[in-house]
Each structure stands twice: as C-alpha cells, then as structure tokens.
Write a protein that binds this ligand. Structure first.
Ligand code: ADP
Length: 658
C-alpha cells in the first residue's frame, strides 16, 4: 500500500502557525542523536516514533533503538525496505512502507513522554537542476531538508497522533497497542509542561558540533595543504617550462621547497644508482645554516641512500643521533653532525624506476627533533615527480642536441663525400676506364704495356676500395652505432698484431726499421682489441708512408698518471709543420692535396684514429719539430692497475681480434 501524502504537510495543515526552516543532513543527525540520548538518559517512558527514508539509514541506528526499547515499550520504527526490513513486532514495532510512499522523502523523530515532548519533522529538499551539478550536491552531509524541530508539546502530540493513525493503516493488527498510545497521548496532551533535563541533549549536541568543527578544520587544513602543494608544483612546473636550463630549474625547486617546508636546508642533487659519490650543487639554506654546496658526498657508504635505492621510497629520520639506520655508519653520522643535521628527509627522484637524483630536507634545530608529517612527505614526493620530469626533459634535450651534432657531422661527411667524389674517386675511375678501354680496343698492344695498363687499373681500383672502406668506417664511428667490447688486454699483443698487418700489406716496398719498447711491468689496457689494433695499424702505416726506408720508427708506452697508458709512435720521417699538428686530424686532410699525393692513403686515417681513441676514453695528439724533423703520434688508453695476470680475461687468455 502506498500513501503518497506528506506527513509534514498534514501536520502543517493542522498547525498552520508553524514555520518550517532549512536543515542540513548533518544538523538533523545531530538533533536526532541528541533526542535519542535524551530518551536514554531520562526516567520517562515516552512514546517514540522514528521514520527513516531508507532501511540503510535505520541500520546505522538499529542498536540505539534496541536500547531505547529497553526503556519504553511504545517504540515505532518506519523505513522503506531495501533488504530484509519488514512489518514486525519484536523489541519494538517496525513498519515497512513502500519506497514510493510519501514518507520515503521524509525524516521524522517524535518523542512524547510525561515530562517532555520533542519532535523533528522534515522533508528532503531536492537540489535545483543547476545546483545538482555542483560538487556539493554529491556530498551526503550537504543534503537539505525543510521542516520543524520543536519542544512544543502540542505539536509533538499532534504529530504523534497523525503518525499513529498512519501506522494503523499500514499495520491494522496493532490497533490495541496504538489505542493505548493514543489514550496516553490524550491524557498527557493537556499537561502542557516540559520538565526536560537539558543536560544530555545539550551535551550531545555540543559533542556533535565539536566533531563537526573538527572535521571542518581538518578539511580546511587539507585544502590549505593541497593549495600550497599546488602552488609549489605550479611554480616549479612554470620554472621547467620557462627554462631549459636544468641548473636553474633545480635551484628554483630547492629554493621553493626549502622555503615552503620551513626546513633549515634543502638539497637537490643528481645521481645514478651506480654512482659512488654525488656533488652537492643545488641548495637552499636558512640564514645561519652552513652551506654544503661544493662538497662531494659519498653515496656508497651512505646507508640512507642505500636504503632509498633499495626500496625506491622516501626515508625520514626524526632524530639522527638515536636512529637505528645510522648505528654502524659512524663516518656518515659525523658528516651529518658537522652539517648540523638533526632530522632528515630523503626522497628519490625517479623516472620509470630509474634513479635520477635525490631531494633532501634537513632540520638543524638541535633543541628538538622534527617530526615529519604526511603532508611534508607528499609535498616533497610531488615535487620529486616534477624534478624527475625536468631531468628527463633535459636528458632528452641533451640527447637531441647530441643527435643534432651527429646529424650535422653526418651532413658534413656527406658533403665531403660529394666533394671528394670529384677528385678522389673520379681520378682513379678515369684511369681505370682509360686502361680498360685501351686494353679492349687495342688487341695488338705490347705485352709490357698491357702489363702496365693492368697494374695501374688494379692499383687505382685498390685506392678506391680503401677510400670507400675508410669512409664507411668513419661514418659508422661518427654515427655512434658501434658496440664496444672493452676487456683487459696486453698492449704488446695489440702492437704485434698491427705490425704483422703492416708487414703483410707492404711486402713489396722496403720499410723503415720498426722498434718496439714496451716495459713488461706495464698494466693491461682496458680497450676493444679490434679497434685498438686499427689505431696502431693506421699510425704505423702513416709512419712507414712518410719515412724513408733508411729511417727509424719506434713504438713506446708508459704510464700516464691516473689509470692511463700513453703509447707513442715516433718516426724520423718528413715531419709536420707546427700549424698543421691539429689539422692533420681533420677528415680528408692531406698535406700535398689528394691529387698530388704520392704515398697513397685516403686522408681519413687520423680522423678515424681520433674517433676510436676518444670512444675508448683516451686522447690523441701529434708532435713534430717541423719539416724533416720526424713526427710523434701519442695516444692514451685506460689501463687496469694491478698485476697483469690478475686482470686477465676469465678464460685465461687475452682476446685480440686482429
Ligand atoms: P692519409 O691516408 O693521407 O695518410 P691520414 O688521416 O692518416 O690520411 O693523415 C693525414 C695527413 O697527415 C697525411 O696525408 C700527412 O700529410 C699527415 N701525416 C700523417 N701521419 C704523418 C707522419 N707520420 N708524418 C708526417 N705526416 C703525417
């Protein structure tokens, strides 16, 4: 059965002087709980009628109604069923009305006792279509009701009467119980006085008010935190957009974060998971706090860094002197003590699980440790994400620049190729063509001449082959498409291999005397054997080309400070003018010009050597006293310190692909 009429409307018809007012759901909850507490605290045995819009709202309060039913046997609870709420006579009467019923839009609680009466009758006020779109409309606590709440006994009795009549329609079998309730109502209606003890009611209401206030304060706090976080993220994002200068971005981030969090120091440094140390470069410090800029901090012996690296999560320490993480790390602890750090927060800057850097916040108040709040943590983490984006962006930019440079280099090489095609390739090609044409058209050619024709065609074909081969090698090196296989190698072995290739190549012509003086105690080099042999062969080849057969070539090697070996190939040949010592490494540089060249060669050999040596981590340069003073070509290559046999490759031998 559906009774579509509103109970509130019925009451307003019989009590026209009542003026309904607006209540938020949260106020209704507070008032209802205060009214229920009043029943629980009093000695009266009132009539209690509660009507819930839905069963689920009743479920939240069911335990209170069980307790209320222990005080009075006239308790009626109405609700629109959702699962198993139905008409029932148990500890109290339950009345299930249809979800389409007028009561389903209303919220009522009526208490009428001997000593007092209080009633709350409200109807939900739906949001207007415009308001319904606002985010407030989705908040349960913001639902609005219109109705009355009063201690007026007459209103309470009238409302109870209307309710009891309605309950009788839903549940006629309760006629006797309802009649008894109505009798009591009539008897009490006239008494007209309210002997109410306001304490429980007021107490409960104040508690509710306080709880509401507390929630509101927390919400304000949250909003303020969010706003601060957003402002900070925005200013850092703006810095990222404004500038491609990573140093500036990191400085702005450190500055803003340090200021926002009221720390004594904020550090941002770049590092990789494998780095042993980090340079402290970007920092914010409060006045009187010592600056750490310029210092190099160890990461390997830093247990906090190691912990962050392992978990990929932030780490915070309230009190450094007593913290368990640092028990074993005495030197690091004393470093922190020197920097005055009492409390520390360390947040990793990650990009797709790759460590790019660290943000550290320090509190240096020696009087009290700082307790890091969730808000501080989430703020620094949000900034770390932004910094990560900036670092990746800068990395991508640098790669792009690199790529651009490579492209420019390739373009230069391509233009050079076009330029030399005219000179270098066309000359031998036309020789070959002329020779072959003569051979084809003059069958009676003398055998000696025929021999000459054939050998010059072959020599020029070989020149072209070398040029193409060197050119391809240089292009490959310049494009960075080479996989380097670095391994510990004995230098002597590489020199031997290059010497044997020189001898094999220049078997017809007499070569100058070549001497090697490599001290046996030299450490192994850390290099790609194939490419190292290529460098040595090219330098030896040049030394042979530009030195008379009665000249001398010496190959020596020595330690060159740090972990490098310096190899020198010296000759007594034609030498190089001082102003040409750098130019000889340019592509296609040849002193006498390609066309006048007598020694063969492509003009690419030294450019190739420089590419290889640079890629192996060394450098190459030329030295000469000038014309006919001989030349020295030096290059460095990383070495493995320690005894050579310890650094040998795992299979026991050294691999050199010659
Ligand atoms: P090339 O194939 O012409 O030898 P390189 O790049 O190897 O090309 O050398 C460039 C130029 O540097 C040579 O043509 C020559 O003029 C000069 N050069 C190289 N090595 C020596 C040397 N040992 N003595 C004198 N000049 C040299």
């Amino acid at each position: 059965m559906i009774i579509p009429t509103s109970l509130l409307q019925e009451l307003l018809q019989v009590q026209p002087h009542l003026r309904p007012q607006m209540y938020f759901k949260s106020s209704l909850t507070a008032l209802s709980h205060a009214m229920e507490d009043q029943v629980l605290a009093g000695v009266d045995q009132p009539l209690v009628i509660a009507s819930f819009q839905r069963e689920r709202f009743y479920r939240q309060e069911a335990h209170r109604y069980l307790r209320i039913a222990e005080r009075t046997h006239q308790v009626y609870v109405l609700a629109a069923p959702e699962t198993d709420f139905k008409h029932m006579s148990g500890d109290y009467e339950t009345i299930a009305f249809d979800p389409e019923d007028g009561l389903s839009h209303e919220w009522h609680l009526i208490v009428v006792g001997k000593n007092y009466a209080v009633s709350l009758l409200c109807r939900e006020h739906p949001f207007s279509p415009a308001d319904a779109k606002s985010p407030i409309a989705t908040m349960d606590q913001a639902r609005r009701f219109e109705g009355i709440w009063t201690f007026d006994r007459q209103v309470g009795c009238e409302a109870a009467r209307l309710f009891l009549e309605r309950i009788l329609i839903y549940r006629p079998e309760l006629a006797t119980k309802i009649e008894s309730a109505l009798r009591h109502l009539n008897a009490n209606a006239a008494s007209g006085f309210n002997q109410i003890d306001p304490a429980p009611f007021a107490d409960r209401l104040v508690t509710y008010l306080q709880a509401g206030q507390y929630k509101q304060l927390k919400a304000y706090q949250y909003i303020a935190d969010q706003e601060r976080k957003e402002r900070l993220t925005n200013s850092i994002t703006a810095a990222i957009r404004r500038s491609m200068n990573l140093e500036e971005i990191l400085q702005v981030a450190a500055q803003e974060l340090g200021q926002a969090l009221h720390g004594h120091r904020c550090l941002i440094y770049r590092c990789k998971a494998t780095d042993a140390t980090a340079e402290l470069q970007h920092e914010f410090t409060r006045p009187k706090s010592t600056s750490l800029v310029g210092q190099t901090w160890s990461l390997q012996d830093n247990p906090l860094f190691q912990a962050v690296l392992q978990t990929q999560e932030s780490l915070h320490i309230e009190d450094i002197p007593t913290d368990a993480h640092l028990k074993q790390a005495k030197s690091f602890k004393s470093l922190l003590r020197k920097a005055g750090v009492r409390s520390l927060l360390m947040v990793p800057v990650l990009y797709q699980a790759r460590l790019l850097g660290i943000i550290e916040l320090h509190h240096c108040d020696l009087a009290a440790a700082h307790v890091w709040s969730d808000h501080e943590l989430s703020l620094v983490e949000a900034i770390a994400t932004q910094v990560g984006v900036a670092l990746i962006q800068a990395e991508a930019y640098a790669e792009l620049e690199d790529l651009n440079q490579q492209l420019e280099a390739l373009d230069r090489t391509r233009s050079n190729l076009i330029a030399i095609t005219g000179h270098e390739l066309r000359t031998p090609l036309s020789t070959i063509q002329v020779c072959l044409e003569s051979l084809a058209t003059e069958p009676d050619m003398a055998p000696e001449l025929r021999e000459v024709m054939l050998s010059s065609a072959l020599a020029d074909a070989e020149r072209m082959r070398k040029l193409v081969q060197d050119f391809l090698m240089l292009s490959k090196l310049e494009s960075g498409r080479i996989e380097w296989h670095l391994e510990p190698l004995p230098l002597q072995e590489c020199i031997d291999l290059s010497l044997s290739s020189i001898h094999a190549r220049q078997s017809q012509e007499p070569l100058p005397k070549i001497k090697t003086r490599i001290p046996s105690e030299l450490p192994l080099v850390q290099a790609d054997g194939e490419w190292l042999v290529e460098v040595l062969s090219k330098l030896l080849d040049n030394a042979c080309k530009f030195t008379q057969a009665d000249g001398k070539i010496t190959v020596t090697a020595e330690r060159n400070g740090g972990q490098m070996l310096e190899v020198t190939i010296a000759d007594t040949g034609r030498g190089i003018e001082p102003e040409r010592l750098e130019t000889v490494f340019d592509r296609f540089y040849q002193e006498e010009g390609a066309l006048r060249r007598t020694t063969g060669g492509t003009g690419l050999g030294l450019a190739i050597c420089r590419q290889i040596v640079n890629n192996l981590g060394g450098r190459i340069w030329a030295e000469s006293g000038g014309k006919d003073q001989g030349s020295k070509f030096h290059f460095t290559v990383p070495s493995i310190e320690g005894r050579p046999e310890q650094a040998a490759s795992p299979n026991g031998g050294h691999r050199v692909r010659g």
